[in-house]
Design a protein around this ligand. Structure first.
Ligand code: NDP
Length: 307
């Protein structure tokens, strides 16, 4: 039987509704949570991400502002902006869009954001709080995955979760969140021996790799829950026919003709839907949840700062 869809767009809409309702309660008390998004340079993908974050803020009633700095900005100049935003009372969340240009010391910038406004959850203090199971602000993408697993009531306690990827942004915090919910967690990466065999042990398989359709049916145990965090692109008709089930070909080929590429995850749906019980689509899976969780983190930051 084909896998059921874990619908990230729908879960994200529920999260955003919840946030908007709370934001309007706060508005009655004269409080408007505010997000500052900082973009350095003109990376087209980063521009799109920041644009949609700002637009979502507006839609939910949050205050937002966008700071666009030239590509040759120095670390010191960026630190000065971060410091100004740290001080400003109308700003509850600060987001510095990654990647930053090579001349900027990314780690120094991320550590400069005050932990109370660190809505991406990248500051060492928030990383430590996550590891210790304390209250804090945590990375949006894995937090969104947890919301989705909970929405679909996927059992976590005692389940074997295999996370493929160990980045600070997705893989490591994902593993930690699953661990706190009593899953037995295995973290895999590029040096893992016999990854397909390891992945086949998973009740819950999280792919956060950044390799187009790498996770095929051969990596998936019958009945597993598969979450595809990857965001890659397919640019040829042959790839589309290889990666997607036939039912998706017309729509995907149309997108390819119009845009020159189509969004693909780290999972190959054509073979995985035959094995998995649940699978996230790409697009419409983890992506929308990431933005929804950023809104939720900004709201939480505002509530925690004013508590
Ligand atoms: P990184 O490149 O930082 O990390 C990728 C991880 O995958 C690394 O730990 C790497 O291992 C591992 N890896 C790479 N190749 C292999 C392989 N052949 N076999 C096993 N493991 C491998 O990526 P991110 O974590 O930032 O992102 C992962 C994916 O998720 C990307 O496609 C990204 O675009 C997407 N993403 C999507 C978001 C969303 O909102 N949907 C948000 C953030 C990311 P090693 O450590 O050994 O190098």
């Amino acid at each position: 039987m084909a896998a059921q869809v874990l619908n990230g767009t729908m879960v994200a809409a529920l999260i955003k509704e919840r946030v908007a309702a709370r934001v309007s309660e706060l508005a009655a008390r004269g409080i408007k949570p505010g997000l500052a998004a900082v973009l350095v340079g003109d990376n087209p993908a980063s521009k799109v991400y920041v644009g949609s974050k700002v637009k979502t803020c507006e839609a939910l009633g949050l205050y937002s502002e966008e700071h666009v700095l030239p590509g040759d900005t120095t670390t010191e100049q960026l630190l000065a902006l971060v410091e100004e935003l740290n001080q400003r009372d109308t700003i509850d969340g600060i987001l510095v869009q990654l990647p930053l240009p090579p001349q900027i010391e990314t780690r120094r910038i991320l550590e400069a954001v005050t932990p109370a406004k660190d809505v991406d959850g990248f500051h060492a203090i928030n990383v430590g709080r996550l590891v210790r199971g304390e209250e804090g602000l945590f990375p949006c993408t894995p937090a969104g995955v947890m919301e989705m697993l909970d929405h679909y009531q996927i059992p976590l306690a005692g389940a074997h979760a295999v996370v493929v990827g160990r980045s600070d942004i997705v893989g490591k915090p994902m593993a930690m969140m699953l661990l706190h919910r009593h899953a037995t967690v295995t973290i895999c990466h590029s040096r893992t021996r016999d990854l397909p065999a390891m992945a086949r042990e998973a009740d819950i398989l999280i792919a956060a790799i950044g390799r187009t359709a790498m996770i095929t049916g051969d990596y998936v145990r019958e009945g597993a829950v598969v979450v595809d965090v990857g965001m890659n692109s397919a640019t040829t008709e042959a790839e589309i026919r290889q990666i997607f089930p036939e039912s998706e070909w017309p729509k995907r080929l149309e997108t390819l003709r119009k845009k020159g590429s189509t969004l693909v995850g780290d999972v190959e749906p054509r073979t995985v839907i035959e094995k998995a019980a649940w699978l996230t689509p790409v697009p419409g899976g983890v992506g929308p949840l990431t933005i929804a969780m950023l809104m939720q983190n900004t709201l939480r930051a505002a509530e925690m700062r004013r508590a």
